[in-house]
Design a protein around this ligand. Structure first.
Ligand SMILES: Nc1ncnc2c1ncn2[C@@H]1O[C@H](COP(=O)(O)OP(=O)(O)OP(=O)(O)O)[C@@H](O)[C@H]1O
Length: 792
């Protein structure tokens, strides 16, 4: 081995040491990297290379150490390279193992995905949890309000006066004096307490709730809030604290800044609930604060207290409630404002020092909260009052050893408290007269004390043995109050609104009456109209019937007359003479009118009838019948007939429908009705039909032209019955006159072509077909002289 080689080897040895260190560092790094889950294959390769090198170096070192040995170096190198190979294999195995471990312990993206999934799941669960919490909260609130509602109902059922008893703790002074509590609270009986009397058995009292000395202000308000908040529902509420001086009346009602009392908490609760209900109700809160000091009303919210106090009086409003005109009513919108207001009012309050209480209230302090509510859905308005009263101490005058001004104050206090006692007694005994006006206090509370209001009384007691007498007095008074049964509480509507509604209701009532009257008169008019229409209809029907009958009768008579004339012309002159005689008799006798009572009341229906035709000038008419005759002696015959008719037969009236000769071009109208000539009937020949017609004619209802003799009509009638014989001429007037219906009711008849004209009227048709019948009635007078003319 030359020097160069030896130097190289020594350098290598140094490197090997360094490399080993590097290797160790690398190994540490790799381990660290493995720990973090990030492994690099290049690093592993580097690691194996360094291992090789270190092995080689080791071999060389060994070679160096065996320098004295005579073994050839190459041999040693070969051994070493073999060992390197083995080590390389080991390293490869190890590398694979490391890779396997990395793959096993660090699954990479899968883990991230799983983690991501878990975090989303976590978020979802969180959201669900919050939702669930919100739902539960809502449900809880609903349950709370339902509970309150039920509680309210229970209160109403129990009666609207509740009495809570609160016992204050022994104060420092009493403890120092070694006083012990005389009030025993039985834990099994929640609302009961016992007073331990040294010389008599324990006295037990039961109230709606009993607060022990350890109960704080919050606990008191929890029980109170359902009653005070019912003012928002429109109830008048009165809460007062009663008890001996120094028992904690002011503490319960006003409280201290650290322990706020019922007054502040009530307003706080009212604001909270009104906000809660803001979607359906709009509330307006007004606060007044006053005191009754020596039977005088003093406004505690008057800003300038240096001014002499304004004299306030109680007046009854138009709605029947007690009001104090001129009393400040402050709008309040938030609790802070309320607190400031209460503080300023309390500062003005009359207090004085007694031997029972250093800062004894010498007056009754009243806080009035007026709540005006408007239901935004149905517009219903309410106005209710909540009175929060801190009464002056109820102790007897002798006990507190006062004199001068204090004595006077105490006397006034006692007077008003005894007036309160009287009112409560009267309410308890349900007497008709409740002496509200005996004191300012009771007078002012009149509309919120008793009746349909909710009342809560705090009876405050002291646990001190020295106050036993006063405590028993207060508890007895409270028990009496608790015995009062009020009527169910009633919601107070806003009376001004009520007044308006009352007026509207009265107006509506009046209008309704007027409408009813009008309806009645309308109904009676309708009834009258219906009756008239009915009469009119029946009359019209009667007229129609009579006309039909008349028409029938005329036709029959016409036939009879025609026959009679025919027969008469052929008979002997004797018969003619007798006929003449009979006709004369008939003409001379006028048929009597029908009895007046049978006349139809046609004047009443004049409105519905057509105007009467003018009365014809002639009353007596001559009827002429045109009979079929031969052309040769037509003139003679017609003259004879006419003369005979004129002299013998004098009909009262008549018209005869005739049929015009059937010419081809002439258009005629069918004659549906024909008036006939009639003999003047004898009195005993008056038929009901005739008499009816006579009556109708007299009443100008049927005084129409059909009953008036018209020679033209005679022609028409005759021709209708029998067409004119050939060569027989019509009078010029007849020819010129178109045949028209005379009665308005037949005006609608359709025109008929002459060539195809045929009688349509059933009577005319019947007349054409049947034989004429001579009615024996017409010749009643001749009955014995001649035989019947009826064909055998
Ligand atoms: N429940 C109570 N817990 C703690 N302290 C009370 C309680 N009740 C009353 N006190 C304390 O007793 C003292 C007298 O209370 P407070 O002035 O309220 O009596 P009061 O009945 O209003 O007396 P007065 O009729 O003379 O005004 C106060 O210092 C008050 O803090």
């Amino acid at each position: 081995m030359d020097d160069q080689t030896l130097e190289k080897l020594s350098q290598n040895c140094d490197h090997t040491v360094c490399d080993r260190k590097t290797c160790e560092t690398d190994q540490t790094l790799e381990t660290a990297t493995c720990d973090t889950g990030r492994i690099d294959s290049e690093q592993i390769e580097g690691y194996s290379d360094s291992m090789d090198e270190s092995n080689v170096s080791n071999g060389i070192q060994e070679t160096c150490s065996d320098e004295q040995q005579t073994l050839p170096i190459l041999q040693k190198i070969e051994d070493l390279s073999n060992r390197v190979q083995i080590l390389k294999k080991d390293q490869a195995v190890l590398c694979n193992e490391v890779k396997g471990i990395t793959a096993d312990y660090f699954p990479g993206s899968e883990v991230f995905n799983a983690l991501q999934g878990l975090s989303t799941e976590h978020e979802l669960l969180k959201k669900k949890y919050h939702e669930e919490c919100g739902h539960l909260k809502r449900k809880y609130h609903e349950e709370c309000s339902e509970r309150k509602r039920l509680y309210n109902e229970v209160i109403e059922l129990k009666g609207n006066i509740r009495v809570f008893c609160r016992c204050r703790p022994l104060n420092q002074y009493e403890i120092a004096n070694g006083s012990t509590s005389i009030v025993d609270f039985d834990s099994s009986q929640e609302n009961e307490l016992q007073i331990i009397c040294s010389d008599s058995p324990r006295k037990q009292f039961k109230f709606d709730h009993v607060f022990r000395p350890e109960d704080n202000q919050e606990a008191v308000f929890v029980q109170t809030s359902p009653i005070v908040t019912s003012v928002l529902d429109g109830y008048n509420v009165c809460i007062f604290a009663y008890g001996q001086t120094g028992t904690g009346k002011t503490f319960t009602m006003e409280g201290t800044p650290e322990n706020r009392g019922v007054n502040y908490r009530t307003l706080e609760e009212l604001f909270r609930i009104s906000n809660e209900r803001s979607s359906i109700m709009r509330y307006e809160l007004l606060v007044s604060m006053l005191e009754v000091y020596n039977e005088k009303i003093i406004d505690l919210l008057v800003e300038n207290s240096n001014q002499p106090a304004k004299k306030l009086e109680i007046k009854q409003s138009a709605e029947g409630t007690q009001e104090v005109p001129g009393l400040v009513e402050a709008h309040v919108y938030g609790t802070e404002e309320v607190w400031e207001l209460l503080k300023s009012g309390s500062r003005v309050r009359s207090v004085g020092s007694t031997n029972a209480n250093e800062l004894s209230s010498r007056s009754h302090c009243l806080l009035r909260v007026t709540v005006k509510g408007e239901n935004l859905i149905n517009g219903q308005r309410t106005k209710s009052h909540l009175w929060l009263v801190d009464l002056a101490g109820s102790e007897r005058v002798g006990k507190i050893e006062v004199e001068g001004e204090r004595l006077k104050e105490s006397q006034f206090i006692n007077k008003s408290l005894s007036a309160l006692g009287d009112v409560i007694s009267a309410l308890a005994s349900k007497t008709s007269h409740v002496p509200y006006r005996n004191s300012k206090l009771t007078h002012m509370l009149q509309s919120s004390l008793g009746g349909d209001c909710k009342t809560l009384m705090f009876v405050q007691i002291s646990p001190n043995a020295e106050d036993l007498g006063e405590t028993l007095c207060s508890l007895n008074f409270a028990s009496r109050v608790r015995g009062i049964e009020y009527a169910p509480a009633r919601k107070q509507a806003d009376l001004t609104e009520l007044f308006k509604f009352k007026q509207l209701a009265e107006k509506a009532k009046h209008d309704e009456k007027e409408t009813k009257k009008l309806q009645d008169s309308l109904q009676s008019l309708q009834l009258r109209l219906a009756a008239r229409e009915h009469i009119c209809r029946s009359l019209q029907e009667k007229v129609r019937d009579l006309e039909n009958q008349l028409s029938e009768e005329r036709k029959t008579r016409l036939k009879q007359e025609t026959r009679a004339f025919a027969v008469a012309s052929a008979q002997s002159p004797a018969l003619l003479a007798s006929l003449k005689q009979s006709q004369k008799t008939v003409t001379e006798k006028k048929p009597p009118l029908g009895p007046s009572r049978l006349r139809l009341p046609l004047r009443r229906i004049a409105n519905f009838m057509p105007p009467p035709s003018p009365v014809p000038p002639h009353k007596t008419r001559t009827s002429t019948c045109i009979l079929p005759v031969s052309t040769d002696n037509k003139e003679n015959i017609s003259k004879t007939i006419m003369a005979t008719t004129k002299t013998l037969l004098k009909p009262r009236r008549g018209s005869i429908a005739i049929r015009p000769p059937p010419t081809t071009n002439q258009i005629i109208q069918s004659k549906r009705r024909a008036s006939i000539a009639a003999f003047r009937p004898e009195s005993n020949m008056m038929t009901p039909l005739n008499s009816s017609i006579a009556r109708l004619k007299r009443d100008h209802v049927i005084g129409r032209q059909s009953f008036v003799w018209d020679p033209q009509r005679v022609w028409r009638t005759s021709r209708m019955q029998s067409p004119l014989p050939k060569g027989m001429a019509l009078p010029p007037s007849v020819e010129a006159t178109p045949i028209v219906s005379r009665s308005s009711k037949f005006k609608g008849s359709p025109p008929t072509v002459v060539g195809s004209w045929k009688p349509k009227h059933p009577t005319v048709v019947a007349l054409q077909r049947k034989h004429l019948v001579w009615s024996p009635l017409k010749f009643k007078g001749m009955k014995n002289n001649r035989k019947s003319l009826l064909p055998s």
